[in-house]
Write a protein that binds this ligand. Structure first.
Ligand code: FO1
Length: 322
């Protein structure tokens, strides 16, 4: 397919939280409505205080709506914590923090789910209310839960990530509910579009945030069968993740914390890897494995960084955005 043909094509982005959400926001800023679907990891979801919390959907939603807290990296900007204070006075758990504004999201989601709507329907409604024009779709409407097998036993994702601050040594990652979790309707629709032109794997943790998406029934096969370019952005910068436990986790899973490991992890699926300019020395070796490689600044501090990276990723896949 030529770049010209791709100009009108559809982009499917696979995203986890924080880093993925930033690029998703960049893609949303440079692509018109109808040209982008963002399929989001729901393996981090859990029930807390009787509410359904979907951290990665929330990170993507807040980033696209311009509501995200860029300092903290998760949750809503201009947050207050009065409800948590009161919950503390009432003797309730304090290990996982729900800000007052963020709490509204979990209340709105939970009661609609309890009314019988699917996570896809609820997410479409909430993102629409916040003015988001691109579909943000959960990977599945069925519960898939990331669990970390550690030396101290199996931990649900948020217990491992927030409760234990990723301290226990990880041995393996598993996704309960898979196989058997079907694709959400919006994800299935994007994957089967005639005009699907490129799949972008956002700079999210491959093991904790992208693998659960790939574990949903039919995703990997559909991606391979479509044969459209698949471009991943490495979450590593100088061998380290900017945020989160990726560096520690990679070592515990017996791999090297470098772009070669990321390329190896996505082997067969990804044909183009975007790496940070400080890792330019990796490019030749990666190209030797048959990958196309783009070297650029992948760190996204401001909106302009997100949009520039989005344009570069799309250009690398043969798209023109202007
Ligand atoms: N991360 C933390 O490190 N501590 C928290 O208390 C916390 C609360 C929280 C509440 C809602 C939400 O959507 C995300 C929240 N996160 C918190 C972030 C979340 O645990 C992770 O960043 C993602 O699951 C990983 O992508």
């Amino acid at each position: 397919m030529s770049a010209g043909e791709k100009d009108g094509g559809h982009v499917l982005a696979l995203s986890g939280g924080v880093g993925g959400a930033k690029l998703a926001a960049g893609l949303a800023a440079v692509l018109p409505p109808g040209r982008l679907t963002i399929a989001v990891n729901t393996g981090d979801d859990f029930e807390h205080f009787g509410l359904t919390v979907c951290p990665d959907i929330d990170s993507v939603t807040y980033a696209l709506a311009g509501l995200n807290d860029t300092e903290r990296g998760w949750g809503v900007a201009d947050e207050s914590w009065r409800a948590m204070e009161m919950l503390g006075k009432l003797g309730e758990a304090q290990w996982f923090n729900l800000g007052d504004r963020d709490l509204a999201m979990h209340i709105a989601r939970s009661w609609r789910l309890r009314e019988g709507q699917s996570l896809s329907e609820v997410t479409a409604r909430l993102t629409g209310e916040l003015g988001i024009v691109h579909p943000v779709v959960p990977m599945s409407d069925a519960p898939v839960r990331t669990q970390v097998e550690t030396e101290e036993g199996v931990l649900e994702f948020q217990r491992y990530f927030v409760g234990e601050q990723c301290r226990p040594v990880a041995r393996a990652i598993r996704f309960s509910g898979t196989p058997g979790a079907p694709l959400s309707p919006g994800f299935a629709k994007a994957l089967s579009r005639d005009d699907l032109a490129v799949v972008v794997i956002c700079p999210s943790n491959p093991y904790l945030s992208v693998d659960p998406i790939l574990a949903v029934d039919g995703v990997r096969d559909a991606l391979l069968a479509r044969g459209v370019p698949c471009i991943a952005i490495s979450p590593l910068v100088g061998g380290k993740a900017l945020k989160g436990p990726l560096t520690k986790l990679i070592g515990e899973l017996g791999k090297a914390s470098d772009n070669r490991s990321i390329a190896e992890h996505y082997r067969g699926l990804v044909d183009h890897l975007v790496i940070d300019e400080c890792d330019a020395a990796d490019a030749e070796d990666l190209r030797g494995t048959g990958l196309s490689v783009t070297v650029t600044q992948t760190v996204m501090r401001e909106a302009e960084d997100r949009e520039r990276l989005a344009r570069e990723v799309l250009a690398a896949a043969g798209f023109e955005t202007d």
